[in-house]
Ligand binder design. Structure first.
Ligand SMILES: *Cc1c(COP(=O)(O)O)cnc(C)c1O
Length: 397
């Protein structure tokens, strides 16, 4: 039992006690067999989560942002054109990172609340008859707006137009919580971190790499050292690292994979869907709307909730933290003050989600935001009761 309320920020997420304990290991020599025996099995287990059998996986000390940097610097050269939609804070930041690496980003401005615009992306690829676009960037789950994009649709557009660009995907807030199919979607680089779906503290940038992406590294001239794939993969091939690994985080990852495998990956996804659906029913019962424009875009890991005009969503976040000790996610960038976010990913249960929903009701009542008090709790509890036992539970600690 932990003496703290759950957090409802969409990362870092709640850490099960079992995973906190998994970090508590004495120093081990990372050049010893003990390390090799702990580390090597992680690779195939992470591949299973990414759903890749043809790709490779590396685990840098770092976070998701480091994974973005690795994706770009290993496969591209300064001046290369890349295609990206800007539709939230995370897609925006990845674009900024590309520009700082002197990449020429063709930005498709997209309203926040919408997903990656597949038809516009397709048109841009079609127009690029000389194949000057070297990569397409997709943020699978825009954590700022609670929007899931259609990665398979972008793959289809690349295939239909016969375009050879790499498909680089940010899966930081989807991987290990929402279905992600690296091989099936033809994803060339998949990026995530340890502190979201994997339920761990921050410490790892986890990156999946396709064979095509590995081939691209041979021509890519962006400077890189710490995040160099080749150097990492060569050391990994014998169970080693080119520098000091994040030992405790890797031990944590092993325990996290134990939990995910025990629950079953597909059950992890359906648990997230069920929890998210309860939150969405609560929001609907409040008479409020999500930032995500339609149901096909709904994220199962985070819901960004629009507050009525005349109210500042930041007040919801501040009041919840100060008065009830419950962290919600604030609105970021263009939607700052307009939305508050309920993160419901990682080590989350329906009962935990209900505490978030009830807290949001207390806060909104305190602030005078008009809504039918209790209606969200009733809608969510009804849904969770109806579907109880259908969807499985987070693996026991
Ligand atoms: C959290 C997040 C990031 C940033 O990752 P860090 O681990 O904070 O560096 C990037 N993209 C998305 C979609 C995220 O949710």
């Amino acid at each position: 039992m932990i003496n703290q309320n759950p957090v409802f920020i969409p990362g870092p997420t709640n850490i099960p006690e079992r995973l906190r304990r998994a970090f508590d290991v004495p120093t081990m020599d990372h050049r010893s067999d003990v390390f090799v025996d702990m580390f090597l099995p992680l690779i195939s287990r992470v591949k299973a989560v990414l759903k890749t059998s043809t790709g490779q996986v590396v685990m840098f000390p770092g976070s998701g942002t480091g994974g973005w940097e690795a994706a770009v610097t290993n496969t591209l050269s300064p001046g290369d054109r890349v295609l990206a939609a800007r539709h939230g804070m995370f897609s925006q930041k990845w674009i900024d990172l590309c520009q700082r690496h002197k990449l020429d980003v063709e930005i498709i401005e997209t309203p926040w609340g919408e997903g990656v615009p597949v038809p516009k992306m397709r048109a841009a690829l079609e127009a690029d008859t000389t194949h000057s676009i070297k990569a397409v960037l997709v943020t699978h789950n825009e954590t700022a707006t609670g929007v899931r994009s259609d990665v398979a649709g972008i793959r289809q557009a690349l295939n239909d137009t016969g375009h050879p660009a790499l498909l680089l995907v940010d899966g930081v807030s989807s991987i290990a919580s929402m279905d992600f199919r690296m091989d099936e979607w033809g994803v060339d680089i998949a990026v995530t971190g340890s502190q979201k779906g994997f339920m761990l503290p921050t410490g790892l940038a986890i990156v999946g790499i396709s064979q095509k992406a590995m081939e691209a590294t041979q021509k890519a001239t962006c400077p890189r050292y710490y995040f160099d794939f080749e150097m990492m993969l060569e050391a990994n091939s014998t169970g080693g690292y080119p520098y000091t690994p994040a030992l405790n985080a890797l031990c944590g990852l092993s325990a996290s994979l134990d939990m995910i495998e025990a629950e079953g990956l597909e059950c992890v996804f359906s648990r997230h869907h069920r929890i998210a659906e309860g939150v969405r029913r609560a929001v609907a019962a409040w008479g409020m709307e999500l930032c995500a424009r339609d149901a096909s875009l709904y994220s199962d890991t985070v819901s960004a909730i629009l507050v009525p005009d005349g109210f500042n969503a930041n007040d919801v976040v501040t009041h919840a933290a100060e008065v009830y000790g419950v962290p919600f996610g604030a609105g970021l960038g263009d939607v700052a003050g307009k939305v508050f976010r309920i993160g419901h990913l990682g080590a989350m249960t329906d009962v935990m989600a209900l505490t978030g929903i009830a807290t949001a009701e207390m806060v909104m009542a305190d602030l005078g935001i008009p809504f039918p008090q209790g209606a969200g709790v009733v809608a969510a509890t009804d849904y969770y009761r109806e579907t109880n036992g259908v969807s499985l539970k987070l693996a026991a600690e």
